[in-house]
Write a protein that binds this ligand. Structure first.
Ligand code: IPM
Ligand code: MG
Length: 369
């Protein structure tokens, strides 16, 4: 029995999670898997109901689950809230309390979508990069994090960028391990020219590489240069490892290379327990809550559906099923089906539910051989 917690959240989150739940149902019915599915609130809806973006009860369910499927959080109506009550804090608490330190963000350009990118097709066709973002440290969590008022009445805000050796070691290992399953090339990005955390980052990654992963090619790059290289020649990269803030920014950039942020899944993983083999894991589409299209049936469910594929692969060890689902998505795109965000001339435009139904049909067809 696989215990799954669904956290639809805000905006288009509930729509894409509802469709992904149908896909989950397909695997239960057709692939001999059983799921124990729970659902709870997170983010703005949780704040509206309970006064907090993440309740202790929800956190307890999250800690007990084998995997969490997360939709999205946030919306303009919650912008004025104090920091601790903002919807985003719900997600940050999940990441922190479950110690989901490794965020895997593949940027893969489906062949059918190479013309949907804002970059020239030859720059992005066949693109397959994996960004490994450190997720529980750095400037998002460092203390002090505060706004104070100075004697002259002026305000002063501080965020703190902090990294320890062990935090860098463990994310570096994740990147090297994943590179071994791919093209065995890692690029590590920081700002060692201006930041001491960057200097330490480069030192530690270099040391881990030398001691444990000399079969993998490692190079270092300054994060600003990486931002430029990503639009100049993105196919030079295989695995990119970087800190929390740079990873946040660069993964949005990489997402756009693929045509639409509505296509990309992510996995956030913790450390595997040496005794039980259990590994905390949260899967989420990397698009946000998209309040402008929420509730209209326009959202692209593919990023969320592909997040389920990552879940099958990393949490349940069902590599073949993960591939089956990815193939179904590829087929649907190749057959010309599109949601509004990736619509191109001559293609068939579908809404959220229709797109999921089309993926389910493709799964049926693939399963029938
Ligand atoms: C992401 C998002 C989050 C982040 C927000 C919603 C807190 O942008 O997952 O990339 O900044 O990490
Ligand atoms: Mg982001």
């Amino acid at each position: 029995m696989n215990r799954i917690l669904l956290l639809p959240g805000d905006g288009i989150g509930p729509e894409v999670i509802a469709e992904t739940r149908r896909v989950l149902g397909w695997f239960a019915q057709n692939r001999n898997m059983s799921f124990d599915i729970e659902e709870d609130l997170v983010g703005g809806v949780s704040f509206e109901t309970y006064g907090t973006p993440a309740t202790d009860a929800m956190m307890a369910k999250a800690l007990a689950a084998d995997a969490i499927l997360f939709g999205a959080v946030g919306g303009p109506q919650w912008d004025p809230l104090p920091f601790a009550q903002k919807p985003e804090r719900g997600l940050l608490r999940l990441r922190k309390d479950l110690e989901l330190f490794a965020n895997l963000r593949p940027a893969l350009c489906f062949d059918a979508l190479k013309d949907a990118s804002t970059l020239k097709p030859e720059i992005v066709s066949g693109l397959d990069i994996l960004i490994v973002r450190e997720l529980t440290g750095g400037v998002y969590f460092g203390e002090p994090k505060e706004t104070t008022t100075l004697a002259n009445g002026e305000k002063r805000a501080v965020d703190t960028q902090v990294y320890t050796t062990s935090e860098i070691e463990r994310i570096a290992r994740v990147a090297f391990e994943l590179a071994r399953l791919r093209d065995k090339r890692v690029v590590s990005a920081e700002k060692s020219n201006v930041m001491v955390t960057g200097v330490l980052w480069r030192e530690v990654v270099t040391r881990v590489h030398k001691a444990e992963y000399s079969d993998v090619a490692l190079s270092h790059i300054l994060a600003d240069n990486l931002a430029m290289q990503l639009v100049r020649n993105p196919k030079q990269f295989d695995v990119i490892v970087t800190d929390n803030l740079f990873g946040d920014v660069l993964s949005d950039e990489a997402a756009q290379l693929t045509g639409s942020i509505g296509m990309l899944p992510s996995a956030s993983l913790g450390a595997k327990d040496a005794k039980t083999g259990r590994q905390p894991a949260l899967y989420e589409p990397i698009h946000g809550s998209a309040p402008d299209i929420a509730g209209k049936g326009l959202a692209n469910p593919i990023a969320c559906i592909l997040s389920l594929a990552m879940c099958l692969r990393y949490s349940f060890g069902r590599i073949d099923d993960a591939k089956l689902l990815e193939t179904a998505v590829e087929r649907v795109l190749a057959e010309g089906y599109r949601t509004a965000d990736i619509m191109q001339p001559g293609m068939t435009k579908l809404g959220t539910q229709e797109m999921a139904s089309t993926v389910l049909k493709a799964l049926d067809a693939l399963a029938a051989g």
